[in-house]
Write a protein that binds this ligand. Sequence first.
Ligand SMILES: *[C@@H]1O[C@H](CO)[C@@H](O)[C@H](O)[C@H]1NC(C)=O
Ligand SMILES: *[C@@H]1O[C@H](CO)[C@@H](O)[C@H](O)[C@H]1NC(C)=O
Length: 495
Amino acid sequence: MRTVFCFGLLALALGTVGLDFANAAVAQPGGSATAQSRRDAVRETTRRAWQAYVNYAEGYDELQPLTGSGINKVVVTAIDSLDTLWMMDLKREFKQAVDMVRGVNFQRVSGDMSFFETGIRVLGGLLSAYELSGEPVLLTKATEIGNILIKAFDTPTGLPVARVNARGPVADSVNVVLAEIGSNQLEFAKLSEFTGNATYQEKSVRVFDILSRVRTREAGLIPVHLNAQTGQLNGDYITFGALGDSYYEYLLKYAILTGQRDGLAGRMYTTAINSMKLSLVVNSSSRPDRYFLAARSNGNLEPTMQHLTCFAPGMLSLGSQFLGDNDDFVVAQRLMQSCIAFYRESQTGLGPEAVRFDYGDSASALDTDSLDLSQSASLARNGYVVSSPSYILRPETIESLMYLYRKTGDTIYQDHGWDAYQAIEKHTRTNLAYSSIKDVNSNNDKDNHRNDMPSFFLAETLKYLYLLFSDSKFYPLNEYVFNTEAHPFRIQKRM
Ligand SMILES: *[C@@H]1O[C@H](CO)[C@@H](O)[C@H](O)[C@H]1NC(C)=O
Ligand SMILES: *[C@@H]1O[C@H](CO)[C@@H](O)[C@H](O)[C@H]1NC(C)=O
């Protein structure tokens, strides 16, 4: 799950210290001449977006790409970009980012921090860049923020609360969501590895133990709302979209990180995916060849799918590679086709935030009477209508293309990624940088921009494009596992 990052204020003093990375070994991306020229284009886009951030929003969390101003006061974009810059061999820019991190003092953050967003972006970004570059200040800062975040687990159940600050857990944030409590185990495992202090990993992995004992309607599918104080479930909403998504992703990736195919996390993943395939993967009534990953509420199917949910084909592909289930890969390919279609069938070539499709006559079926002419045409032709038309520079479809390309070697996935990249250049580029857009079906680029450039554009979207156009031996999937913000961690123990 990714919401807009909100961090609170931090006093910041930027220092510059000379660093010399010139001699550090950098992996070579390889690949065909076509792939190489595509990769060079992505690298140039990255350099441009980074430069705009440095020029107009240095010291802030994110750039506002229309007005050229910054929001908030922590260098989230810099931290989130570190490993992308490193992997693309943008050394000068990497050094700029490290210098910004040097000036951050997490103890002096005055507002509350989101446990989840800070964990995946800040802790994850620092640890991954530390592992790649060996730059000591990155581990110092990671430990500093890790020691604040770990206080979230100080509850009667051991489930972490949603917000923390330098003084401890925020008392009124005990209503938590599945993706938030279940997507920090990779980061804390790595922090334990680098510091030699096992406490981080133990506290974080206990969440999986607790969740393994929750009784659910369908094995392994856990409702997304919980209370961290009492451990009680609130409601019965099940989804692989926002609020649920990265919990399932982390079950798999924790198994991969620790090399335990048959450990608790791996077994929980397999159980959940088997239930998912039985009850949430459905085809549209008007386009039966098209498959969707739906949500479920009180036992009723909700015929919706979000852009966020398009991470699932990649997860299923990765899972089939490591746990060896070919049926999962068939489902991955089916869902991938729909995610590609969301892009190809829009006016801009970019995928919308969410769609609704028609499915049987379930209680929550799409109300076809309320559709206008073009929506009815879209439903008949494509099997879905756009229900939320924005594109906020999200990575998930490109991320999945990368995993399917890595598994199959089929360059069709690179071609789809290249189409998406060109659409990003054409429709999201502003005079300064790149922006979210309001409507993927708009013909009017001029009025379509929003004044934001989320940090995951640099952390994930551009990195996954770069990986998609690189050889499979470049940051290979049997050596690295990517956290849910695309920060690579070296696998601890190979399966
Ligand atoms: C390990 O980390 C925890 C959490 O920050 C801390 O309370 C504990 O003192 C640390 N242990 C050692 C030996 O440093
Ligand atoms: C669509 O789903 C139905 C019900 O599961 C199934 O019988 C049918 O074969 C599917 N159609 C296609 C084209 O896959």
